[in-house]
Every structure is written in structure tokens, then in C-alpha cells.
Design a protein around this ligand. Structure first.
Ligand SMILES: [Zn+2]
Length: 261
């Protein structure tokens, strides 16, 4: 796995000429994730899943190149929490289209957008960007991770992980809850406010429909807590399993779509 920003231009030419390059573009956001987790969690998680998926993709014959992460996104549901930043959907769409076109110009025309942030308008912007790139025949493009297509999200993030949840209400685990806290404890523990976690009471009785459909904001449906589920159920060991399995899931989805190199 290579990181585009760490390469020099002749290496990029060599990679494009070889024809087996697959670019992963991690996309996250700056958004609150409870008092215990960093605002950049979705970006960091997308990078962690990219690295986990890369090993499987390279076993499938690809040369994986990870482009610099888009750290900003559309985050309207949590906008009342200090530090949450939101782009307009068209800004995000334009960024992705322009990055995709630039990559394609240099022969890097196989692009997997790996999205770590669940927000309906954010996901639609990524879909729209994919449509534009594909219709211009600029590149082969897939949106993996959190996607407008619920089956895609499930195939990447939910398949094969339910048995690892320790929460008594796994069905209520969401934003900032057991899953995201576990991934953070495993992959970037230095950014977790460990001392806060014991104070976090379970948030199981929230308006699930409003959460899923974004008809109410996170502040009101979490009583200002900013997480959904029970962060205390999280462990680094669970995070390790989630990262390994989801990385494998993401690679499988891509290989199913594009075949081996
Ligand atoms: Zn998140």
C-alpha cells in the first residue's frame, strides 16, 4: 500500500503504466462523537479501514494507493455541537469530482471512495460525484463504507460483526457508541478521553427513526450527550475484530465489482 502524498511523480507514472493501481479515497468529516471521542473520528476510521482493506486487495493483484483523506463533509445533524463543521453538499461533490478527474488524467482511473461518515446528504453528494465521474467515462468509481445504498453499508460494516458487540442493546448502538469507541480504542487510543468513558450512561431510549432519517438533530435526541448506545461496552479487542472484518468486507465488495487485477 502506498500513500499518494508520500510518492514522487515518476512513481505515479510507473504505477499508472503498470495498470493495476486502485486508488482509495478516504472521506470523513469534522463532527462531534460524544465527550470521549475526537471530532475527526470518521476520517481516522476511514483511513484505518482503507489500510485493512488494502492487504486483501493487494492479495487480489491490485496496487493500492491511498489518496489524502477528505477530512471535511456534510454534518448537519450534529451542527449544534461545538467543533462540528459542515460543507454544503455541492462543495463535497465538487471536491470528489475534481480529485477523481485529476487522478484519471494521470491514468489512475480506478477509484474506491471509502466513506466513514453516515449522513444522508453527505452520502448523496458522494453518489452524485460518482455518477458524474462515471458518466464522463473519467473513471471506474465505487462508494464503499457508508453509502446511500443501505445494502452496501451493511455489506461493508455490518456483515459478520454482530456477535462481537457486548452491549445489551446492540440494535441501539450507533454514532459514538460501542462500535466507534471500540475502533478508536484499538486504532487511535491516544485520542480517546479514557477518563470520561466511565461517566457515560447508556443512551438506548432515543428516537431511532429520527436518528436514521435525520428528522431531528443529534443534540435533541441524545440530550446533549452526542452518542447513541453505550460507549462503556467498547473494548480495544472488539475494535481489532471490527477493523479486520470490515476491511475484509470492503475488499470483498470491491473485488466482487471489479474482479481481481
Ligand atoms: Zn462517526
Amino acid at each position: 500500500m502506498k500513500r499518494l502524498a508520500e510518492m514522487a511523480f515518476p512513481e505515479v507514472k510507473q504505477l499508472a503504466d503498470d495498470g493495476r493501481a486502485l486508488v482509495i479515497l478516504p472521506v470523513g468529516v469534522v463532527e462531534e462523537h460524544g465527550a470521549h471521542l475526537p471530532l475527526g473520528l470518521d476520517s481516522f476510521a476511514a483511513e484505518v479501514y482503507a489500510a485493512s482493506a488494502a492487504a486483501h486487495l493487494e492479495a487480489g493483484g491490485y496496487e493500492v494507493v491511498v489518496a489524502p483523506t477528505i477530512n471535511y463533509g456534510v454534518a448537519r445533524a450534529a451542527i449544534d455541537f461545538p467543533g462540528t463543521l459542515s460543507l454544503e453538499p455541492e462543495t463535497l461533490r465538487s471536491m470528489v469530482v475534481e480529485i477523481g478527474r485529476s487522478l484519471a488524467r494521470h491514468g489512475l482511473n480506478r477509484l474506491a471512495i471509502l466513506n466513514g461518515h453516515r449522513d444522508l446528504q453527505h452520502m448523496k453528494a458522494l453518489d452524485d460525484a460518482r455518477e458524474i465521474l462515471v458518466s464522463n467515462k473519467a473513471a471506474q468509481v465505487l462508494v464503499v463504507g457508508f453509502a446511500s445504498d443501505a445494502a452496501m453499508t451493511a455489506a461493508c460494516y455490518r456483515d459478520g460483526v454482530k456477535q462481537f458487540y457486548q452491549s445489551p442493546r446492540a440494535d441501539r448502538e450507533g454514532h459514538g457508541g460501542e462500535s466507534e469507541t471500540s475502533v478508536a480504542l484499538h486504532s487511535f487510543p491516544g485520542l480517546v478521553k479514557h477518563e470520561v468513558i466511565p461517566e457515560l450512561t447508556p443512551n438506548f431510549d432515543y428516537d431511532v427513526e429520527a436518528f436514521r432519517n435525520e428528522t431531528k438533530d443529534y443534540w435533541s435526541i441524545s440530550d446533549g450527550r452526542g452518542y447513541f448506545g453505550w460507549p462503556q461496552a467498547a473494548t480495544a479487542a472488539t475494535g481489532a475484530k471490527l477493523v479486520a472484518i470490515r476491511g475484509g468486507n470492503i475488499a470483498r465488495v470491491i473485488l466482487k465489482e471489479w474482479g481481481k487485477a
